[in-house]
Design a protein around this ligand. Sequence first.
Ligand code: NAI
Ligand code: MG
Length: 392
Amino acid sequence: MRKIVAMPGDGIGKVVLKEAIRLLDAAGFKAEYVHGDIGWDFWCSEGNALPQRTIDLLEKHKIGLFGAITSKPKDDAVKELAPELQDKGLVYFSPIVGLRQHFNLDICIRPCKSFTGNPLNFIRKDGKGGYEEPEVNAVIFRQNTEGMYGGIEWTNPPKVVRDALETHPKMKSFKDVPSEEMAISTRIVTKKATERIIRSAFEYAKTFGYKNVTICEKPNVLRETSGMFLKLGRQIAKEYPGIQLWDTNIDAQMMWLTKNPEDYGCVVAENMFGDIISDGFAGLIGGLGFACSANIGKEVAVFEPTHGSAPKYEKLDPSIVNPIAMFMSACMMLDHIGEKEISGKINKAIAKVIEEGKYKTYDMMKLRGGPDVFAKGACTTQQMTDAVIEKL
Ligand code: NAI
Ligand code: MG
């Protein structure tokens, strides 16, 4: 039987992953879930939020379903370590970022698709006294391992770094700034990784019938890195004659989100721009409760909702949080491993529950989260799962 590494992590990650597995079982997906330790508890007890045994499990089984983890600022993290681990100079590192880097999960896919009847869908005035609700169906391809989040940065850069930078004519404007007063983050973009993310967007567009691929960068200012994106985009586009290549600047794209979001199909960007643009699109289709994602490498792939562990709500029982982002992440996993029929069935069931509108989690009712949301008509996380299972 197929084995899936289930990594619930922290807080509501534990809640939504459990519900997703319940749904997958009900939908007839036959798999064995192997538990993978990850998250805050393991940082506190072992000094490592991503134990080697979890890496080994993923190495072996290749496919992971991940809930969410909790991260805390450096000093707070050290304070929560087991007494015997304190003063060992351990440094907390986000285990999901660790997974992406360890397995080179360089392709991040974040679909943002509006469900008919979702009360959180974006609406805009139609200019005739009414409003219109554009159907958003965009899929963001975010380069997941390099660019602005590559982690190559300094405060008070070492002399060799400073000296190397001084060879650039534009450094003249910083010549009087002491290194101690300088912070530098790099944005390294490489040809192979850029080609991979652009090509995966085109392949996805071809497979799922999207009519355009947009390179969303800023080549007029970031001439080298965004420039490479655009240049490679133009080359690769030639291999896909049926799909249009568009290019937009990240800043203008944020404005067009509210003007014409329905026009965009697949959108490709570097790590940070992809992070920004995917949150932007997610806001149009219901926010964190609906935002799913895949992290795909050459061998290993990990599927996760984009939300975090929502510590405010982790202790609420029954749980109030929306499991749909996790469900849709599980559907992306099914698509990835070729179980398109089951994922189609689950997606349709989710769509029916939303359209019917009988079951809504607190976020879908625009309520403030808390134990009182049920009295106001919100359903529990488990009731939402039951409702979807009922529609399968
Ligand atoms: P968050 O995503 O946990 O929560 C942000 C807001 O959205 C909160 O009001 C939360 O209650 C709500 N929310 C989140 N998921 C929801 C759901 N499924 N249904 C309904 N409402 C939902 O982000 P926040 O508060 O910034 O971070 C909390 C912790 O999560 C931090 O420790 C952070 O480092 C971590 N985090 C982990 C991520 C991951 O595991 N990939 C991603 C983002 C944050
Ligand atoms: Mg983000």
